[in-house]
Design a protein around this ligand. Structure first.
Ligand SMILES: [Zn+2]
Length: 348
């Protein structure tokens, strides 16, 4: 999750978006709970396990990765671990890309205020859809963090180690379904972006240079911090969901149905308030999809006491809650990838 920065011009954008949102659209009557009782779904869903998330996070957020600053050797080591993980599962990359890596050039980031960051990479894993392979469901999370300062490693276990391992775990579940003959009908892109903390650079690069046309991109489910709780929700089984009714009247409905058939978490929409001063809709990678009219939902645990501190460590993660939130994203993605009609963009 990126630190808050408020340029004055965007206040006007925020207000106008809020007005538009209130002025248009209602819910949808189309059923979205088709996965309930679906054996294929239930067996894939069980592949998302707290202990596996923990195992991967203990690597991704270890001191060896040096806080995963954009373009750093530590970040590249984390990236290699992720690529090897996908290879071990038999999950490949998008053919058009030719590898798991999409280079995000230093120059691109410099022009956007990234200073002298070195070249970095987004990492893309891909499962092709069986019936509508040209339609893409994106599940994203940034794998960079803020690095090392004065010799202290900022491990970023929650931010966004938690999202990184959740994306990896969800990929494993979809791959298990595919191996059992129940692969997704639409394609799924597992998108690990870089440069988030410095300015959402990896997701901006991806949406400026999409591997698949954005017009065919159905949704971005973005996961940035889902392994902890915040002071307002201490001990609760909850997750903040942000932006899910901004562009499509169907996405929020689908996510709620997916939640009911999985862990029934408390879905907190506090940050959908256009007057909220944290402006979270604009502060993680989904925004680069939303600004291109791709519906998004952002899954988030809140701003807690270890946010952007060297104490954001693996010992403080609630792995059971992390698994439940990852299962929710998986269930939502399952429905979005398998329902007969792609969700509509019917709100502005
Ligand atoms: Zn952050």
């Amino acid at each position: 999750m990126r630190k808050l920065f408020i340029p004055l011009f965007s206040i006007a954008v925020l207000v106008s978006c809020g007005t538009a949102k209130n002025a248009s659209g209602t819910g949808t009557s189309e059923s979205s709970a088709s996965a309930k009782g679906n054996k294929a779904f239930l067996s894939a869903y069980k592949e998302i396990r707290a202990e596996d998330l923990k195992k991967n996070l203990y690597v991704i957020a270890s001191d060896e990765m040096e806080g995963r600053d954009t373009g750093s050797p530590g970040q590249k080591r984390a990236g290699e671990y992720m690529v090897n993980y996908y290879k071990s599962l038999g999950i490949s990359y998008p053919k058009a890309l030719g590898s798991y890596y999409q280079k995000v050039p230093a120059d691109f980031m410099k022009k956007r205020g990234g200073g002298n960051l070195p070249d970095s990479e987004n990492i893309l894993a891909f499962i092709e859809g069986s019936e509508r392979p040209e339609e893409i469901v994106v599940i994203s999370g940034h794998y960079d963090h803020v690095g090392t300062r004065n010799g202290v490693v900022y491990n970023g276990a929650d931010d966004d180690g938690s999202g990184t391992v959740a994306v990896m775990e969800i990929a494993k579940a979809f791959q298990a379904a595919k191996k059992a003959g129940n692969g997704p009908k639409r394609s799924i892109l597992f998108l690990h972006v870089t440069g988030e903390e410095h300015g959402l650079f990896g997701s901006e690069y991806y949406t400026d240079h999409p591997v698949f046309p954005l017009a065919n991109t159905v949704v971005d489910l973005n996961i940035d911090m889902i392994g902890r709780d915040d002071p307002e929700n201490r001990g609760k089984q909850y997750v903040y969901v942000i932006g899910s009714d901004m562009l499509s009247s169907q996405l929020k409905v689908i996510n709620e149905a997916a939640n009911k058939m999985t862990n029934n978490l408390e879905l907190n929409y506090k940050y959908d308030d256009p007057n909220d001063t944290e402006r979270l809709y604009y502060r993680s990678d989904h925004y680069n999809f939303a600004k291109n009219n791709v519906p998004v939902a952002f899954f988030f645990d809140g701003i807690h006491e270890d946010y952007h501190k060297p104490t954001d460590d693996v010992e403080k993660i609630d792995y059971n809650l992390l698994a439940k939130r990852a299962q929710l994203v998986f269930a939502t993605a399952w429905e979005l990838a398998n329902r007969p009609q792609r969700i509509m963009v019917d709100k502005k």
